[in-house]
Design a protein around this ligand. Structure first.
Ligand SMILES: [Zn+2]
Length: 263
């Protein structure tokens, strides 16, 4: 039975493996840093295997995930190992019929400690932004460096600065970028703050002094969003290191992009 599962999930293992490879090669996933999760389409239904597993209660009901399977990088796993051997490093989490419990189908691979945040964000996405099935968290160096600067505590200022470094950042992330204050990783406060931030509309949130969290239809799209903000942050810091404040695109330039691309 377990083998059947692995065959059905093959495309999704390949997708996550590809994203993990990018995160490792970019240098945004030191040691066991970062995590990835992916909700599997309804068409790949739960097999009777789920019925044989222990049911673990969720802290709160997640009706948007009822009867769904979520793949998630395992706790303590390295992205470089996820890339090489996804089947041995990704947890298979099955949510029960009413969304009140979960079953771990990959009993020897417990999920990331960020499981509660991921599940709560996925629940929100399934109920409110239905084509968004993937979450990627990583530690993009220049974005995190900028989040240490007091001048960038303000979300709007951070977002505007990144938008104005290259046109693509605005064109592909017109819903904006939110910045949250530092919070203890894995805590319920992080989960609350993240769901609240995503409900305001952005595709990417930055946890100050920690990392980025992106949502998208698939994990490679989510990676692209972090790649865009990291590119903007690296351009900002490179220009700033000359001693001058980077000029950035003007408000008129941004408005022209908004109209041209109908954003
Ligand atoms: Zn992290």
């Amino acid at each position: 039975m377990e083998r059947t599962y692995h065959i059905e999930l093959q495309d999704f293992y390949a997708e996550i493996s590809d994203t993990a490879k990018h995160l490792w090669e970019k240098g945004w996933a030191e040691r066991n840093g970062g995590n990835i999760s992916r909700v599997i389409p309804k068409s790949i239904s739960q097999t009777p295997l789920a019925c044989t597993k222990e049911r673990i209660p969720l802290d709160e009901p997640l009706p948007g995930l009822a009867n769904r399977i979520v793949l998630m990088t395992g706790t303590g796993t390295r992205m470089r190992d996820v890339a090489k051997n996804p089947q041995d490093n990704i947890s298979i989490v099955a949510i029960s019929e009413e969304g009140k419990e979960y079953m771990l189908l990959s009993s020897d691979i417990p999920p990331t400690s960020e499981l509660p945040s991921h599940l709560r964000i996925h629940n929100f996405l399934q109920l409110n932004r239905k084509n968004h099935n993937a979450i990627v968290h990583s530690h993009p160096t220049n974005v995190v460096a900028m989040s240490h600067l007091k001048n960038f505590r303000d979300s709007r200022h951070f977002c505007n600065t990144l938008w104005k470094m290259i046109p693509e950042t605005y064109v592909f992330l017109p819903r904006g970028i939110a910045v949250l204050p530092y919070l203890m990783p894995g805590s319920s406060k992080v989960a609350d703050a993240s769901v609240n931030a995503f409900s305001q509309g952005p595709d990417v949130i930055i946890w100050a002094k920690h990392g980025a969290f992106a949502i998208a239809p698939d994990t490679n799209d989510a990676f692209d969003k972090i790649d865009l903000i990291e590119k903007s942050a690296s351009i900002y810091l490179a220009a700033k290191s000359t001693g001058e404040e980077p000029e950035g695109l003007s408000d008129e330039d941004i408005e022209e992009l908004r109209q041209y691309y109908n954003l």
